[in-house]
Write a protein of this length. Structure first.
Length: 512
DNA sequence: CGACCTTTGAAGCAT
DNA sequence: ATGCTTCAAAGGTCG
């Protein structure tokens, strides 16, 4: 059967390739080009021992069959990430042109990213469909003999509008040249118990394909009961601390970020540029405050690592990323709030630091003027050190200077009331446009999926009149009820109209 | 031993 | 105003 599957895949790929009208849509070529990258993930997945992955349950088409109906094509071509040329993404290219080579074309999107030879950011972190991990599959979709069924022209049953394939529909099975297809490990091979291998285990070096982790979702949790408890992946997170468990990053967050006395002393400025440069290099690096996801990762990493045999952080992070999307809004809000506090404390410290530096400089000048014979060293060295770390409690009310970010404010409406006006007027918060745009993409994708999944038009019937970020309390029920969450800021009037009026506009826009 | 990978989000810079 | 880049954590992996 596996041979049949593989051969069928090969044939399918060949057929698709030969049937393609456009040369530009023959993406196996660019894919192969990518395989030549120094860090050849495919070379790694092609390891002989990995061929055993194919011996798992017959779910050959899983990755691209996972979302047969969800139309969230607008995520697939987000802005290319800095490190965009990620090889594994290329795997999905060939599939891209398979089902929709003719239909996906749209005059409004003359050169979508997936048609270019550039980087196919199929799974851009910020545009990953939040529902991806939650899609449930019918058994039909797993029919080992019917992977190609997915390859039929992908047309929205409701609108009849051809839609580009969703990234999650893209299959690692059409990644390589036909000759290489058969060597691709089963995308779930790592996940599927086989020959006594533990769940989440991975042959050494075998887990180079990111999909395994990405493929982790609620429906698959049943497959990973022993080593990876359901709560690790299920939309509901019984294992997740929902009540105010102090976040480690919050308990003592400042210590790590506490910069050492800055090298802004007058002595430094007098040194040669080279010396100054060296000093700057040696200067303790003030690390960025952890964002919500980082806080979440920090907290959950140990759990994930403990419950699976994977140790690679890259893989763990993928899992965590999926779990993050699966988090409920409230749960995410908790971390957004924590992150906001982190930023608030940092800003406060920064300002105090600047203030104290200014004061110290003034004092130094005064001291120099008045007591030229005395050393200014004590003053300079003493003042820069920042104030002792604020405890979360003590800092809670000290964030008046921290402009609540939209995500923070909106993601944490359920959080304990803040101490200042941002809670009183959450909707008056100025929203960073960029964030809004990104969120709109998130929301758009999410809503598009919702709209596709529901022909009732319920989503569209929601008052798209909100010109302000929606607080959680006013989120459409369908959204609130949905396990996957996206950044809490949602401009319904942005998301839905965009999708409904110009479904490809986002693709075009993001494709550059 | 340093760079990479991988995730999301925030900040800063460039246009 | 918008978009892009960098970097936070983590640890296995690779050259």
């Amino acid at each position: 059967d596996l041979d049949e599957v593989k051969s069928s895949l090969v044939n399918e790929s060949e057929n698709q390739s030969s049937s393609s009208d456009s040369e530009a849509e023959r993406r196996p070529q660019p894919a192969r080009d990518t395989f030549q990258k120094p860090r050849d993930y495919f070379a790694e997945v092609r390891r002989p021992q990995d061929s055993a992955f194919f011996k798992g349950p017959p779910y050959p088409g899983y990755p691209f069959l996972m979302i047969p109906d969800l139309s969230s094509p607008y995520l697939s071509n987000g802005p290319l990430s800095p490190g965009g040329a990620r090889t594994y993404l290329q795997m999905k290219w060939p599939l891209l042109d398979v089902p929709s080579s003719a239909t996906v074309k749209d005059t409004r999107s003359p050169s979508p990213a997936h048609l270019s030879n550039k980087v196919p950011v199929v799974q851009h972190p910020h545009h990953m469909h939040p529902l991806t991990p939650l899609i449930t599959y019918s058994n039909d979709h797993f029919s080992p003999g019917s992977p190609p069924t997915h390859l039929s022209p992908d047309i929205d049953p409701k609108t009849g509008i051809p839609r580009p394939p969703h990234p999650s529909e893209l299959s690692p099975y059409y990644p390589l040249s036909p000759g290489a297809v058969g060597q691709i490990p089963h995308p779930l091979g790592w996940l599927v118990p086989q020959q006594g291998q533990p769940m989440y285990s991975l042959p050494p070096g075998g887990f180079r394909h990111p999909y395994p982790a990405l493929a982790m979702n609620a429906s698959m949790s049943s497959l990973v009961s022993s080593r990876f408890s359901p709560h690790m992946v299920a939309p509901a997170h019984p294992g997740l601390p929902t009540s105010g468990i102090p976040h480690p990053a919050i308990v003592s967050p400042i210590v790590k970020q506490e910069p050492a006395p800055p090298s802004l002393s007058p002595a430094v400025s007098a040194k040669s540029p080279v010396t100054v440069k060296k000093e700057e290099e040696k200067k303790p690096h003030v690390k960025k405050p952890l964002n919500a996801f980082m806080l979440y990762m920090k907290e959950m990493r140990a759990k994930v690592v403990a419950e699976c045999t994977l140790k690679e952080s890259a893989a763990i992070n993928q899992i965590l990323g999926r779990k993050w999307h699966n988090l409920s809004r409230e749960e995410q809000a908790k971390y957004y709030e924590l992150a906001r506090k982190e930023r608030g404390k940092k800003k406060k410290r920064k300002r105090e630091k600047q203030l104290s530096q200014t004061q110290s400089q003034q004092q130094v000048q005064e001291a120099e003027g008045a007591l030229a014979s005395k050393s200014k060293k004590p003053c300079v060295q003493y003042l820069p050190p920042e104030k002792p770390c604020d405890s979360p409690a003590s800092s809670h009310g000290s964030m008046l200077d921290s402009p609540a970010t939209p995500s923070a404010a909106l993601a944490s409406p359920a959080a304990p009331a803040a101490t200042h006006s941002e809670q009183a007027q959450p909707l008056s918060l100025t929203t960073k446009p960029e964030t809004r745009a990104q969120l709109a993409l998130h929301s758009a994708a999410f809503l598009s999926a919702k709209a596709a999944a529901s022909s009732s038009g319920q989503m569209g019937s929601q008052p798209p009149l909100l010109s302000r970020p929606l607080p959680l309390g006013s989120m459409p029920t369908a959204l609130l009820a949905s396990p996957p969450s996206f950044p809490a800021t949602l401009h319904a009037h942005q998301a839905l109209p965009v999708l409904q009026a110009q479904p490809l506009s986002l693709v075009t826009k993001s494709a550059h």
